[in-house]
Write a protein that binds this ligand. Structure first.
Ligand SMILES: [Zn+2]
Length: 346
């Protein structure tokens, strides 16, 4: 009995141990698989959130190729997301793929006034290009406003294409995307009289050029070079560029504010030079900020001889702003900080 029991106990013990072993093993396998699944899910979520973040960044700066790639991928996992679909339509439009844009919108199962607008605008733009007999530009995505004449449009485009080539060569940088260009006809002013104050192009993500500007030969070249430089700066970095760097380089390239005397009074603060001063209404204050911006950028260029190489290093510095911040990028390429640079030209 004892012996039998003993055997049995031993046997039982053995099978219990095996069972316990199997149980432990299963437990660990389940934990392991569960953990792996969890990790995969977390990874997927992070990837998804990353992609949304990058997409928004690309949309914000008008990097349509990057935006399209990301939105297409996001649409694969959420094909019925109307927000993504609207973005997709907009991205096609922004790339001048008007027919594709119209076709895409027509296949969507919902309606939205923004989509109606895109269809209408796409059709109008196609028609306008045809009427003007203007081919699609190599580097600019064209829009017209106010019915400019073919002559003015062609002339503005010719100057802009030349400017594009020189700036691209200077920075050794070829933008990934076409630049948005709105050529508009200012209604109230038909180009009579002396150079009017209103003559100014604007860059607000799109380059806006009044074609009436073409009547003022002495101003249109610098103005177009200036604004185009801003377009290039935007194309080179997704970062917020300190205003002094942006306005400084644009003035150096447009070459219109040479030989201006140093403004009197205190040197502006680095903070005043960093934030946007393009809408500064106090002329004296604005003049001073522009003057110091130009000098700071000139100083950076001079540190590398002021020639072609100097502009290329400046371009590299701009491209590092996002990763390194202003002082980090300035340290890397010039061994200085914004404050020290300002100090050096005081
Ligand atoms: Zn400017």
């Amino acid at each position: 009995m004892d012996l039998f029991n003993g055997n049995c106990v031993v046997k039982k013990k053995k099978s219990n141990r095996v069972r316990r072993g199997v149980c432990f093993l299963l437990f660990y396998v389940v934990i392991f698989l569960g953990y792996q699944y969890y990790e995969k899910k977390v990874e997927e979520r992070i990837r998804h959130e990353d992609m949304i973040y990058v997409t928004n960044e690309c949309l914000k700066v008008g990097d349509w190729k990057c935006a399209e790639k990301n939105v297409r991928e996001l649409l694969e996992s959420e094909p019925n997301d109307t927000n993504l679909q609207m973005h997709m339509a907009g991205i096609l439009f922004e790339q001048e793929r008007y027919k594709e844009c119209i076709n895409y919108i027509e296949k969507l199962t919902f309606k939205h006034e923004d989509l109606d607008y895109l269809v209408e605008k796409s059709k109008a733009l196609e028609q306008e290009m045809e009427q003007l007999g203007v081919e699609k530009s190599m580097h600019f995505r064209l829009e017209f406003d106010g019915g400019p004449s073919k002559k003015d449009v062609m002339e503005a485009l010719a100057v802009l294409e030349v400017a594009y080539d020189s700036i691209s060569n200077l920075f050794d940088f070829l933008p990934e995307n076409k630049m948005s260009l709105v050529l508009y006809q200012e209604k109230e002013y038909q180009g009579v009289g002396a150079r009017p104050e209103w003559v100014a192009a604007v860059f607000d993500g799109k380059l806006r050029v009044p074609v009436n500007l073409m009547a003022y030969r002495e101003v249109y070249r610098p103005v177009l070079f200036h604004e185009l430089t801003h377009s290039f700066v935007r194309a080179m970095t997704r970062s917020n560029v300190p205003c002094w760097m942006n306005e400084g380089i644009a003035q150096v390239i447009d070459g219109s504010h040479n030989n201006e005397e140093r403004p009197t009074g205190a040197t502006p603060s680095i903070e005043a030079l960093r934030k946007s001063f393009v809408n500064e209404t106090n002329t004296e204050k604005a003049k001073k900020l522009y003057w110091f911006s130009k000098r700071m950028v000139e100083e950076l260029l001079l540190r590398n001889g002021g020639g072609t190489e100097a502009f290329r290093i400046f371009a590299k510095c701009l491209q590092d702003l996002r990763k390194l911040g202003t002082d980090g990028a300035l340290q890397k390429h010039y061994g200085t900080t914004a404050k020290d640079l300002l100090e050096s030209i005081r």
